[in-house]
Design a protein around this ligand. Sequence first.
Ligand SMILES: Nc1ncnc2c1ncn2[C@@H]1O[C@H](COP(=O)(O)OP(=O)(O)OP(=O)(O)O)[C@@H](O)[C@H]1O
Ligand SMILES: [Mg+2]
Length: 344
Amino acid sequence: MKRPSEDVILAMEDVKVHFDMDEGLLKAVDGVDFVIKKGRTLGIVGESGCGKSVTTNAIFKILPKYGLISGNIWLYEKDGKELEEPINIAELNPTGDVIRSIRGGNISMIFQEPMKAFSPVHTIGNQIMETIMLHVEPDKKKAREICVEALRAVGISNPEQRVDEYPHQLSGGMRQRAMIAMALASKPSILIADEPTTALDVTIQAQVLDLINNLKHENNTSVIFITHDLGVIAEMSDDVAVMYLGKIVESCDVDTLFYNPQHPYTRALLKSIPTADKQHKGRFESIRGTVPYAMNLPVQCGFCDRCDEAIKGVCDKGYPPNVEIEPGHFVRCFKFADKGTEGK
Ligand SMILES: Nc1ncnc2c1ncn2[C@@H]1O[C@H](COP(=O)(O)OP(=O)(O)OP(=O)(O)O)[C@@H](O)[C@H]1O
Ligand SMILES: [Mg+2]
């Protein structure tokens, strides 16, 4: 696969992740295309269950055995150098050497659940230092100093002491911060942040967002940022992908998302931004109905049953094409089926 352009570091091509369950096939991610550009942040937004985490878990190659992945995930650079042959992460053995050499260094991840990141049998310091020594600073003493500073930077007090504690000795919020410290300290080329600040209080949240932006600017790191919070999307993203039921239904730059949204789902999300008086705390409660469970669904637009603009006999009869309505602005909705160029 030819590199689309020099600033593209990773490209997803028709990526699907289906879970083969007793009850049937659960199409958690169902044909996703996007590119990650150097030094830019792609925000992924959508309601719970839309497939955001499964999409990024596919990039990190951490799916359960019954998770069937298809399509391509092309990585064009490793350790800061262009690869002669891009690596197709989708085809890698999930426990093999290649993906292990990518994880933690080239691509690092802040998980939605912090327990996933740490082994319970080693101190957090040793685990963070191992990543630092592998990717940034081989000297153990210096790596420990970097580790202590990284813990301090995410607001952990007494980091000199905490560094020698085991994951279970830390509170949930502290574990979350230690995981963030680990992900940032390895100075990755791509940082995947899956709802990184959900469990943290507001001051720490702001600090963490600053740290991510600093890393992006100093290291030219590309960021994939997943959140329910459109306010955070506005603050953090350059480009945005709106996900619904395993598909990206609208993608564009961040200004277009807020000033010229076109998909009825995106518009509904924007209307449901919680206001202080409603105290909705980041959940999209005003969209009618709920996200369907992605198993044994009819062939129709996934949003059709919740959409005020659905056209009977059209939207419930097939999947809408992904149309580029303006350069770089893609919408997957029948309203636009003949209003632009069909993209991937
Ligand atoms: N390990 C798994 N086994 C079976 N189904 C799964 C698994 N992980 C996720 N799913 C299902 O895949 C779909 C997408 O889940 P995913 O975790 O990607 O959603 P999400 O958009 O990240 O939601 P949230 O905002 O709540 O984190 C859901 O229907 C979920 O139930
Ligand atoms: Mg998730």
